[in-house]
Design a protein around this ligand. Structure first.
Ligand code: UDP
Length: 344
């Protein structure tokens, strides 16, 4: 099949392109290279079945030409990463809302089925755990820009479901929980590549807040497998699915695990949220996916466990000595809140 992957030069997008090419699909990518990197797809450039265009999903004409050519759309292009979202609040809303509108509008116009990559952010700061697809979303105020990401992706979901219900567009929504793996950069805030970069360089491992916040990390290979399974399953159409790995860890424990698996003697430095992000920043205390729905429909079961996930990132980064990590502005502060016992 001919597949369009918007955001195909990004971390997850590039892994998806590889998987699609491996099974014999022809792959078309549009990516504005804002967070995507040509390096992510360099290994695919010689493949005759791979076509890459630099461009934005805000460019309707460019997108239209691509949509016309393909059989299916994986829509992954978005402004992602908590740090990035705070830095570019206008782009976050415009690209995520207007860009997704372009994708869905064209998909409906040319009757092309699509998968919309959404995010566990849409649950917001709800304290009900684990998160199940039909649970309520709980957001903070509009004065806290973090929530613009959740709202922008929630609008995408509403719009996709509206196109499905009102116009019969075959669309499936995948809510990706924390996904990590080789090629993910720490530049936009994602915690695991940041910790690994910091540990390998002997720099302080920067735990934000008290480190007791908990997350569940899925390996990108499991996430990409889930996206393909959902795209292939006719009964997934018109529905929302969590995609993640329910294995849970606190960020403080994660810092220790990274330090152990890298053999690093980096200190673990606790940094208040106000300094790490912006004053008044609100974090999610806990985020766990309920994956019963996707497991039941397509038999999805994450294969890669947390130790292996961390090990794979470490191995990939050992071969990437130039990988850069933007250490927060607080890097030159004294370890004002070094609490070795925290996060247990
Ligand atoms: N985090 C951290 N140190 C870092 C980067 C992130 O302690 O250098 C924390 C962050 O505050 C959050 C968790 O790690 O509680 C996961 O952050 P990430 O941005 O990877 O994903 P999120 O779950 O926030 O979308």
């Amino acid at each position: 099949m001919k597949m369009l992957v918007t955001g195909g030069a990004g971390f997850i997008g590039s892994h998806l392109c590889e998987a699609l090419l491996q099974r014999g699909d022809e792959v078309f990518v549009i990516d504005d290279l804002s967070t995507g990197r040509v390096d992510n797809i360099a290994q695919l450039q010689d493949d005759k079945a791979f076509h890459f265009e630099v461009g934005s999903i805000l460019d309707f004409a460019q997108l239209e030409a691509l949509v016309k050519r393909v059989d299916f759309i994986f829509h992954l292009a978005a402004v992602v990463g908590v740090k990035k979202i705070i830095e570019v609040p206008v782009d976050t809303i415009e690209i995520n809302v207007l860009g997704s509108h372009n994708v869905l509008n064209l998909a409906a116009r040319y009757r092309k089925p699509c998968l919309i990559a959404s995010t566990s952010e849409v649950y917001g700061k709800s304290t009900k755990h684990p998160f199940t697809e039909d649970d309520d979303a709980v957001y903070g105020p509009t004065t806290k820009s973090r929530w613009s990401y959740a709202c922008s992706k929630a609008i995408d979901e509403f719009l996709a479901l509206a196109y499905h219900n009102a116009q019969g567009l075959p669309v499936v929504i995948a809510r990706l929980f924390n996904t990590t793996g080789p090629r993910q950069t720490g530049r936009y805030g994602m915690v695991l590549p940041r910790f690994v970069d910091q540990a390998l360089r002997g720099q302080p491992i920067t735990v934000f807040g008290n480190g007791r916040q908990r997350r569940c990390f899925a390996d990108v290979s499991d996430a990409v497998g889930a996206l393909q399974q959902l795209a292939d399953h006719p009964a997934a159409i018109g529905q929302v699915f969590n995609v993640g790995n329910p294995e849970e860890i606190s960020i403080g424990e994660l810092a220790k695990l990274v330090r152990k698996l890298t053999g690093s003697d980096s200190e673990i430095r606790f940094i208040p949220y106000d300094e790490a992000y912006q004053p008044g920043f609100e974090d999610m205390n806990r985020r766990v996916p309920n994956i019963a729905k996707i497991s039941k429909l397509v038999g999805y079961k994450p294969k890669v466990k947390l130790h292996e996930i961390v090990t794979r990132i470490i191995e990939s980064k050992r071969w990437e000595p130039s990988a850069s990590v933007e250490v927060p502005v607080t890097a030159d502060l004294q370890p004002h809140s070094l609490r070795p016992g925290a996060g247990e």
